[in-house]
Ligand binder design. Sequence first.
Ligand code: COI
Length: 354
Amino acid sequence: MAISIKISKTPQSRIHLCDFDNIEFGKIFSDHMFRVDYKNGAWQNPEILPYGPISIAPSLSAIHYGQAIFEGMKAFKSTDGTPLLFRPTDNAKRLNVSAVRMGMPEIPEELFMAGLTELIKLDQNWIPTKDGSALYIRPFMFATDDFVGVRPSENYSFIIFCCPVNSYYPKPIKVKVEEKYVRASTGMAGFAKAAGNYGISMLPSYEAKKEGYDQIIWTDGNNHEYVEESGTTNLFFVVDDNLVLTPHLDGNILNGITRNSCIQLLKAKGYAVEERKISINEIVEWSKSGRLTDCFGTGTAAIIAKIAAIGYKGNDYILPDAEQRVVSNYLYQTLYGIQCGKVEDPFHWSVKLD
Ligand code: COI
């Protein structure tokens, strides 16, 4: 059955306020947002309305008990000007995986896609076209019960808003291996894109920043022996420019859509890719022997974030010059090229909104 969405357009577009030549990540929002509310066991009244503040109760349960999950995805402009979405149904599916873990209702994929496509069609002029840019899309769901007490909320809102962005990291980053704090451990919610998983990264990343690092690398909760993910991306390590390693999906890390795309692109190109536990000692040994030829983070916001140095126990392990990196340069060019419709898309990841 077709989903009917009420559309209330903004009387006054704000697009003239956006300086498309100097976009700062996450600071300017497109004209509209999609919203649907969950009440009495059903998603109700889907609508598109002007982007703006929403009214919430001080007792809103998401704020107190953390039932809040989100996604990150992007829209691009193809060469003929048509909007392109990258693997959008994978985001819908992952949101529902997060929802189940957090005791929240799933959102039907058709409803997610209907709201998303209507919104992107309406705000398509906000999709930037400069190299590296995109329209970042933020779908999120949160508990809205006006109630104090620890139990799953009975009411929820699901909203999608958008912001034009450039690359999240404009230059290669320095990361520090985190040995004090833990993000996730067996049985926790590390795989979920839950707001709390980012909340607990604020203090460790602030402390790392004071030491001159841009980000942290989370390690396992038992002995801080194995690397997991960075504060904003999944991680890849390249040995001798031919073996590519990434931490396996053990339930503690995010099942990244960019991560998965990179694995598929690398395998198709003939690289050996290992998804397994990777110890920080191995990484140090590869670096000391000159075999660590590339290292990067992958994520929707960051796309491919080259890592310039890894800090561990007071030493910085320096990576080769970013310009010379074979694997990360190949991945960035291919992935971003597919996303913008400029490179052949053998996996049919790009969805055209005609
Ligand atoms: C994303 O990559 O979409 C994220 O949610 C991470 C955040 C750095 C914006």
